[in-house]
Design a binder for this molecule. Sequence first.
Ligand SMILES: NC(=O)c1ccc[n+]([C@@H]2O[C@H](COP(=O)([O-])OP(=O)(O)OC[C@H]3O[C@@H](n4cnc5c(N)ncnc54)[C@H](O)[C@@H]3O)[C@@H](O)[C@H]2O)c1
Length: 308
Amino acid sequence: VKVAVVGAGLIGRAWTVVFARAGFDTAVWDVAPDATEAALAFCRARLPELAAAGLLAEAPAAVLARIVAAPTLAAALDRADYAQESGPERLEQKQALFAELDRLAPSDAILASSSSAIPASRFTEALAGRARCLVAHPANPPYLVPVVELSPAPWTDPEVVRRSQALMRAAGMVPATLRREVPSFLLNRLQAALLAEAFRLVEDGVAGIEDIEATVKHGLGLRWSFMGPFETIDLNAPGGVADYCERYAPGMAAVVREARPPSWSPALVEMVDAARRESLPHAEHAARQEWRDRRLMALLAHKAAQPE
Ligand SMILES: NC(=O)c1ccc[n+]([C@@H]2O[C@H](COP(=O)([O-])OP(=O)(O)OC[C@H]3O[C@@H](n4cnc5c(N)ncnc54)[C@H](O)[C@@H]3O)[C@@H](O)[C@H]2O)c1
Protein backbone atom coordinates (compact mmCIF):
# COMPACT_ATOMS: atom_id res chain seq x y z
CA VAL A 1 0.00 0.00 0.00
CA LYS A 2 1.26 3.48 -0.82
CA VAL A 3 -0.11 6.49 1.03
CA ALA A 4 0.39 10.25 0.53
CA VAL A 5 0.18 12.54 3.56
CA VAL A 6 -0.67 16.02 2.26
CA GLY A 7 -0.14 18.76 4.84
CA ALA A 8 2.35 17.84 7.56
CA GLY A 9 1.30 19.91 10.59
CA LEU A 10 0.14 18.53 13.91
CA ILE A 11 -2.23 16.00 12.34
CA GLY A 12 -0.36 15.17 9.10
CA ARG A 13 2.82 14.25 10.95
CA ALA A 14 0.83 12.03 13.34
CA TRP A 15 -0.86 10.26 10.40
CA THR A 16 2.64 9.63 9.01
CA VAL A 17 3.43 7.59 12.13
CA VAL A 18 0.14 5.65 11.77
CA PHE A 19 0.65 4.69 8.12
CA ALA A 20 4.37 3.91 8.28
CA ARG A 21 3.85 1.88 11.47
CA ALA A 22 1.24 -0.19 9.57
CA GLY A 23 3.79 -1.10 6.88
CA PHE A 24 2.55 1.36 4.23
CA ASP A 25 5.01 3.30 2.06
CA THR A 26 4.31 6.86 3.19
CA ALA A 27 5.18 10.00 1.22
CA VAL A 28 4.82 13.31 3.07
CA TRP A 29 4.35 16.68 1.43
CA ASP A 30 3.56 20.17 2.76
CA VAL A 31 3.57 23.55 1.00
CA ALA A 32 6.02 24.69 3.68
CA PRO A 33 9.26 22.66 3.20
CA ASP A 34 10.11 23.29 6.87
CA ALA A 35 6.91 21.50 7.88
CA THR A 36 7.88 18.36 5.93
CA GLU A 37 11.30 18.35 7.61
CA ALA A 38 9.72 18.94 11.02
CA ALA A 39 7.34 16.02 10.40
CA LEU A 40 10.27 13.68 9.73
CA ALA A 41 12.04 14.91 12.87
CA PHE A 42 8.82 14.30 14.79
CA CYS A 43 8.63 10.70 13.53
CA ARG A 44 12.30 10.12 14.44
CA ALA A 45 11.57 11.36 17.99
CA ARG A 46 8.22 9.64 18.51
CA LEU A 47 8.83 6.13 17.14
CA PRO A 48 11.39 5.19 19.86
CA GLU A 49 8.90 6.38 22.52
CA LEU A 50 6.20 4.14 21.02
CA ALA A 51 8.68 1.25 20.95
CA ALA A 52 9.54 1.87 24.62
CA ALA A 53 5.83 1.77 25.50
CA GLY A 54 5.47 -1.60 23.74
CA LEU A 55 3.33 -0.05 20.99
CA LEU A 56 5.61 -0.74 18.02
CA ALA A 57 5.97 -4.23 16.54
CA GLU A 58 9.34 -3.56 14.89
CA ALA A 59 12.41 -1.38 15.27
CA PRO A 60 11.86 2.38 14.79
CA ALA A 61 14.43 2.38 11.97
CA ALA A 62 12.35 -0.12 9.97
CA VAL A 63 9.30 2.15 10.26
CA LEU A 64 11.32 5.28 9.41
CA ALA A 65 12.65 3.59 6.28
CA ARG A 66 9.12 3.61 4.84
CA ILE A 67 8.73 7.41 5.17
CA VAL A 68 9.88 9.78 2.42
CA ALA A 69 9.69 13.56 2.17
CA ALA A 70 8.25 14.22 -1.30
CA PRO A 71 9.65 17.26 -3.16
CA THR A 72 6.29 18.08 -4.82
CA LEU A 73 2.63 17.20 -4.41
CA ALA A 74 2.76 15.27 -7.69
CA ALA A 75 5.70 13.21 -6.38
CA ALA A 76 3.84 12.46 -3.14
CA LEU A 77 0.81 11.24 -5.13
CA ASP A 78 2.82 9.17 -7.61
CA ARG A 79 1.30 5.64 -7.54
CA ALA A 80 -0.57 6.44 -4.30
CA ASP A 81 -3.50 4.20 -3.33
CA TYR A 82 -4.75 6.66 -0.73
CA ALA A 83 -4.16 10.34 0.11
CA GLN A 84 -4.82 11.80 3.56
CA GLU A 85 -5.24 15.59 3.30
CA SER A 86 -4.43 17.48 6.53
CA GLY A 87 -4.18 21.10 5.39
CA PRO A 88 -5.78 24.07 7.16
CA GLU A 89 -9.42 23.89 8.29
CA ARG A 90 -10.58 26.55 5.80
CA LEU A 91 -13.22 25.79 3.20
CA GLU A 92 -11.49 27.63 0.32
CA GLN A 93 -8.21 25.86 1.07
CA LYS A 94 -9.87 22.44 1.18
CA GLN A 95 -11.58 23.22 -2.16
CA ALA A 96 -8.29 24.27 -3.77
CA LEU A 97 -6.33 21.34 -2.36
CA PHE A 98 -8.92 18.75 -3.39
CA ALA A 99 -8.99 20.17 -6.93
CA GLU A 100 -5.21 19.60 -7.06
CA LEU A 101 -5.45 16.15 -5.50
CA ASP A 102 -8.15 15.08 -7.97
CA ARG A 103 -6.06 16.39 -10.88
CA LEU A 104 -2.78 14.76 -9.81
CA ALA A 105 -3.63 11.50 -8.03
CA PRO A 106 -3.94 8.17 -9.87
CA SER A 107 -7.58 7.77 -10.95
CA ASP A 108 -8.28 4.91 -8.52
CA ALA A 109 -6.68 6.56 -5.47
CA ILE A 110 -8.94 7.44 -2.55
CA LEU A 111 -8.84 11.10 -1.48
CA ALA A 112 -9.61 11.62 2.22
CA SER A 113 -9.65 14.77 4.33
CA SER A 114 -8.80 15.06 8.04
CA SER A 115 -11.34 17.90 8.34
CA SER A 116 -12.72 18.26 11.88
CA ALA A 117 -16.02 19.85 10.95
CA ILE A 118 -16.48 20.48 7.21
CA PRO A 119 -18.45 17.73 5.38
CA ALA A 120 -16.86 16.42 2.17
CA SER A 121 -19.78 17.66 0.01
CA ARG A 122 -18.68 21.26 0.72
CA PHE A 123 -15.32 20.84 -1.05
CA THR A 124 -15.74 17.98 -3.55
CA GLU A 125 -19.01 18.72 -5.42
CA ALA A 126 -17.41 20.17 -8.56
CA LEU A 127 -14.69 17.52 -8.94
CA ALA A 128 -14.62 14.96 -11.75
CA GLY A 129 -13.43 12.39 -9.21
CA ARG A 130 -15.85 13.34 -6.42
CA ALA A 131 -16.99 9.71 -6.01
CA ARG A 132 -13.56 8.84 -4.56
CA CYS A 133 -13.58 11.60 -1.91
CA LEU A 134 -14.62 11.45 1.75
CA VAL A 135 -13.68 12.73 5.18
CA ALA A 136 -11.50 10.56 7.44
CA HIS A 137 -11.43 12.57 10.65
CA PRO A 138 -8.99 11.42 13.36
CA ALA A 139 -8.79 12.32 17.02
CA ASN A 140 -5.55 13.88 18.23
CA PRO A 141 -3.04 12.25 18.06
CA PRO A 142 -4.20 9.47 15.70
CA TYR A 143 -1.27 7.16 16.54
CA LEU A 144 -2.54 7.02 20.15
CA VAL A 145 -6.32 7.43 19.73
CA PRO A 146 -7.49 4.85 17.19
CA VAL A 147 -10.96 6.04 16.22
CA VAL A 148 -11.32 7.59 12.75
CA GLU A 149 -14.65 8.98 11.54
CA LEU A 150 -15.43 8.17 7.92
CA SER A 151 -17.96 10.60 6.49
CA PRO A 152 -18.81 10.09 2.83
CA ALA A 153 -20.52 12.77 0.72
CA PRO A 154 -23.86 11.80 -0.89
CA TRP A 155 -21.92 11.02 -4.10
CA THR A 156 -19.09 9.01 -2.55
CA ASP A 157 -18.92 5.50 -4.06
CA PRO A 158 -19.86 2.92 -1.36
CA GLU A 159 -16.90 0.86 -2.57
CA VAL A 160 -14.60 3.79 -1.65
CA VAL A 161 -16.09 3.74 1.86
CA ARG A 162 -15.49 -0.02 2.12
CA ARG A 163 -11.89 0.31 0.88
CA SER A 164 -11.26 3.16 3.34
CA GLN A 165 -12.66 1.08 6.22
CA ALA A 166 -10.37 -1.82 5.27
CA LEU A 167 -7.33 0.44 4.89
CA MET A 168 -7.96 2.06 8.26
CA ARG A 169 -8.38 -1.31 9.97
CA ALA A 170 -5.12 -2.47 8.35
CA ALA A 171 -3.53 0.69 9.79
CA GLY A 172 -4.65 -0.28 13.30
CA MET A 173 -7.40 2.34 13.39
CA VAL A 174 -11.06 1.81 14.33
CA PRO A 175 -13.37 3.33 11.70
CA ALA A 176 -16.72 4.82 12.78
CA THR A 177 -18.78 5.46 9.65
CA LEU A 178 -21.53 8.07 9.27
CA ARG A 179 -24.63 7.18 7.23
CA ARG A 180 -25.40 10.80 6.44
CA GLU A 181 -23.32 14.00 6.53
CA VAL A 182 -23.57 16.36 9.50
CA PRO A 183 -21.15 19.17 10.35
CA SER A 184 -18.60 18.14 13.04
CA PHE A 185 -19.39 14.43 12.55
CA LEU A 186 -19.79 12.24 15.68
CA LEU A 187 -16.86 12.88 18.01
CA ASN A 188 -17.01 16.66 18.01
CA ARG A 189 -20.82 16.69 18.27
CA LEU A 190 -20.71 14.45 21.34
CA GLN A 191 -17.87 16.52 22.75
CA ALA A 192 -19.79 19.75 22.04
CA ALA A 193 -22.81 18.48 23.98
CA LEU A 194 -20.67 17.69 27.03
CA LEU A 195 -18.63 20.92 26.83
CA ALA A 196 -21.76 23.06 26.45
CA GLU A 197 -23.17 21.57 29.64
CA ALA A 198 -19.83 21.90 31.46
CA PHE A 199 -19.46 25.59 30.55
CA ARG A 200 -23.08 26.20 31.49
CA LEU A 201 -22.67 24.58 34.91
CA VAL A 202 -19.70 26.90 35.50
CA GLU A 203 -21.55 29.94 34.17
CA ASP A 204 -24.55 29.23 36.39
CA GLY A 205 -22.29 28.79 39.41
CA VAL A 206 -23.45 25.20 39.97
CA ALA A 207 -19.95 23.82 40.48
CA GLY A 208 -16.31 24.77 40.19
CA ILE A 209 -14.04 23.60 37.43
CA GLU A 210 -12.12 21.09 39.57
CA ASP A 211 -15.34 19.35 40.60
CA ILE A 212 -16.50 19.05 36.99
CA GLU A 213 -13.06 17.70 36.04
CA ALA A 214 -13.28 15.14 38.85
CA THR A 215 -16.75 14.01 37.72
CA VAL A 216 -15.40 13.12 34.29
CA LYS A 217 -11.94 11.78 35.09
CA HIS A 218 -12.93 9.80 38.19
CA GLY A 219 -16.44 9.00 36.95
CA LEU A 220 -17.79 8.98 33.39
CA GLY A 221 -14.39 8.81 31.73
CA LEU A 222 -13.27 5.64 33.49
CA ARG A 223 -16.12 3.69 31.90
CA TRP A 224 -15.88 5.52 28.60
CA SER A 225 -12.37 4.23 27.96
CA PHE A 226 -13.85 0.80 27.25
CA MET A 227 -17.64 1.24 26.75
CA GLY A 228 -19.78 3.74 24.86
CA PRO A 229 -22.80 5.58 26.28
CA PHE A 230 -25.32 2.93 25.22
CA GLU A 231 -23.45 -0.01 26.75
CA THR A 232 -22.94 2.13 29.86
CA ILE A 233 -26.69 2.59 30.41
CA ASP A 234 -27.43 -0.99 29.33
CA LEU A 235 -25.32 -2.21 32.28
CA ASN A 236 -26.68 0.41 34.70
CA ALA A 237 -30.15 -1.13 35.04
CA PRO A 238 -30.93 -4.80 35.71
CA GLY A 239 -33.22 -4.99 32.67
CA GLY A 240 -30.90 -3.17 30.28
CA VAL A 241 -31.57 -0.12 28.09
CA ALA A 242 -35.39 -0.28 28.19
CA ASP A 243 -35.38 -0.62 31.97
CA TYR A 244 -32.85 2.23 32.26
CA CYS A 245 -34.97 4.51 30.09
CA GLU A 246 -38.13 3.68 32.05
CA ARG A 247 -36.35 4.68 35.25
CA TYR A 248 -34.25 7.60 34.11
CA ALA A 249 -35.51 8.99 30.78
CA PRO A 250 -37.95 11.44 32.45
CA GLY A 251 -35.07 12.91 34.48
CA MET A 252 -32.79 13.06 31.41
CA ALA A 253 -35.57 14.67 29.38
CA ALA A 254 -36.01 17.36 32.03
CA VAL A 255 -32.28 18.14 31.94
CA VAL A 256 -32.26 18.31 28.16
CA ARG A 257 -35.42 20.50 28.12
CA GLU A 258 -33.90 23.02 30.48
CA ALA A 259 -30.53 23.00 28.70
CA ARG A 260 -29.56 26.13 26.82
CA PRO A 261 -26.16 26.93 25.39
CA PRO A 262 -23.72 28.81 27.63
CA SER A 263 -22.83 32.35 26.52
CA TRP A 264 -19.16 31.61 25.92
CA SER A 265 -18.80 35.27 26.91
CA PRO A 266 -15.27 36.67 27.36
CA ALA A 267 -15.87 36.68 31.13
CA LEU A 268 -16.86 32.99 31.17
CA VAL A 269 -13.92 31.95 28.98
CA GLU A 270 -11.58 34.06 31.14
CA MET A 271 -12.90 32.37 34.30
CA VAL A 272 -12.25 28.87 32.93
CA ASP A 273 -8.89 29.87 31.45
CA ALA A 274 -7.74 31.48 34.70
CA ALA A 275 -8.63 28.33 36.64
CA ARG A 276 -6.72 26.18 34.20
CA ARG A 277 -3.67 28.50 34.25
CA GLU A 278 -3.69 28.27 38.01
CA SER A 279 -3.63 24.46 37.80
CA LEU A 280 -1.25 24.46 34.85
CA PRO A 281 0.98 27.52 34.28
CA HIS A 282 1.48 28.26 30.60
CA ALA A 283 5.19 27.39 30.82
CA GLU A 284 4.25 23.80 31.72
CA HIS A 285 1.71 23.37 28.91
CA ALA A 286 3.97 21.52 26.45
CA ALA A 287 5.33 19.22 29.16
CA ARG A 288 1.77 18.40 30.18
CA GLN A 289 0.91 17.48 26.56
CA GLU A 290 3.77 14.98 26.69
CA TRP A 291 2.43 13.69 30.00
CA ARG A 292 -0.99 13.23 28.33
CA ASP A 293 0.60 11.24 25.51
CA ARG A 294 2.50 9.01 27.97
CA ARG A 295 -0.74 8.38 29.89
CA LEU A 296 -2.49 7.51 26.61
CA MET A 297 0.32 5.08 25.73
CA ALA A 298 0.01 3.39 29.12
CA LEU A 299 -3.78 3.16 28.72
CA LEU A 300 -3.47 1.71 25.22
CA ALA A 301 -0.98 -0.90 26.42
CA HIS A 302 -3.41 -1.78 29.23
CA LYS A 303 -6.39 -2.00 26.85
CA ALA A 304 -4.42 -4.18 24.42
CA ALA A 305 -3.76 -6.67 27.26
CA GLN A 306 -7.46 -6.96 28.26
CA PRO A 307 -10.01 -9.44 26.88
CA GLU A 308 -12.73 -7.67 24.84
N1 LIG B 1 -5.56 19.69 15.73
C1 LIG B 1 -6.48 18.78 15.98
O1 LIG B 1 -6.73 18.41 17.14
C2 LIG B 1 -7.18 18.11 14.84
C3 LIG B 1 -7.83 16.87 15.06
C4 LIG B 1 -8.45 16.23 13.99
C5 LIG B 1 -8.46 16.82 12.73
N2 LIG B 1 -7.86 18.03 12.55
C6 LIG B 1 -7.91 18.61 11.19
O2 LIG B 1 -6.69 18.29 10.54
C7 LIG B 1 -6.38 19.33 9.60
C8 LIG B 1 -4.99 19.86 9.90
O3 LIG B 1 -4.98 20.43 11.20
P1 LIG B 1 -3.64 20.65 12.03
O4 LIG B 1 -4.05 20.78 13.46
O5 LIG B 1 -2.64 19.61 11.64
O6 LIG B 1 -3.18 22.09 11.47
P2 LIG B 1 -1.69 22.64 11.31
O7 LIG B 1 -1.83 24.11 11.16
O8 LIG B 1 -0.80 22.09 12.40
O9 LIG B 1 -1.17 22.02 9.94
C9 LIG B 1 -1.64 22.42 8.68
C10 LIG B 1 -0.50 22.21 7.69
O10 LIG B 1 -1.00 22.39 6.37
C11 LIG B 1 0.02 23.02 5.62
N3 LIG B 1 -0.58 23.60 4.43
C12 LIG B 1 -1.17 24.80 4.25
N4 LIG B 1 -1.62 24.92 2.98
C13 LIG B 1 -1.30 23.75 2.34
C14 LIG B 1 -1.46 23.27 1.03
N5 LIG B 1 -2.07 24.00 0.08
N6 LIG B 1 -0.98 22.05 0.73
C15 LIG B 1 -0.36 21.29 1.66
N7 LIG B 1 -0.18 21.69 2.92
C16 LIG B 1 -0.64 22.91 3.26
C17 LIG B 1 0.65 24.02 6.58
O11 LIG B 1 1.96 24.39 6.14
C18 LIG B 1 0.66 23.20 7.88
O12 LIG B 1 1.88 22.48 8.02
C19 LIG B 1 -7.50 20.37 9.71
O13 LIG B 1 -8.48 20.12 8.75
C20 LIG B 1 -8.04 20.11 11.12
O14 LIG B 1 -9.37 20.52 11.27
C21 LIG B 1 -7.20 18.67 13.56
